[in-house]
Design a protein. Structure first.
Length: 148
């Protein structure tokens, strides 16, 4: 079939979304490239034309400041997503490695698994999913489960 008649791109023709991963937490080393490639695959599958995303790994102090400033909750949280509704930047995700480490121990999983779970959650928020209502929460959890 001629390329101009196809409606979906072949896997080798898909544009890989730009995902940049940074760490503000030198005391908690983490394999950034693994997180970056998994996030790129998720976005390429869910939204092939996605704009860039920044993922920032940080500590409780930094995420607490953001949580207080933008959500008026003066406590650390595990993940925050900021959707910019901008065609040039899908958004930013902040993950507390301290919270992730604590939750990983609590859930009996590795730190890598917990950070990926939080990144997946943040990515789906950037893609427009929410969990305010039970129905929406079920849909979002099903989507997330496909990538764990």
């Amino acid at each position: 079939m001629p390329a101009d008649l196809r409606t979906t791109p072949r896997p080798e023709e898909r544009i890989v979304p730009l995902v940049s991963v940074f760490s503000r937490c030198s005391s908690h080393p983490f394999p950034l490239k693994v997180l970056q490639s998994r996030a790129q695959r998720l976005l390429a599958h869910e939204l092939p034309a996605a704009a860039p995303v920044f993922i920032v790994l940080c500590g409780n102090r930094f995420i607490r400041t953001l949580n207080n400033k933008y959500r008026k909750k003066d406590r650390p949280t595990d993940v925050l997503s900021f959707n910019f509704n901008d065609p040039d930047l899908l958004g930013e995700i902040y993950i507390s490695l301290e919270k992730a480490r604590s939750q990983a121990r609590e859930y009996g999983i590795s730190l890598k698994q917990e950070v990926w779970r939080l990144a997946t959650h943040g990515l789906f928020h950037l893609l427009g999913y929410t969990h305010h209502k039970k129905r929406d929460r079920v849909i979002m959890q099903r989507k997330e489960a496909c990538y764990h």
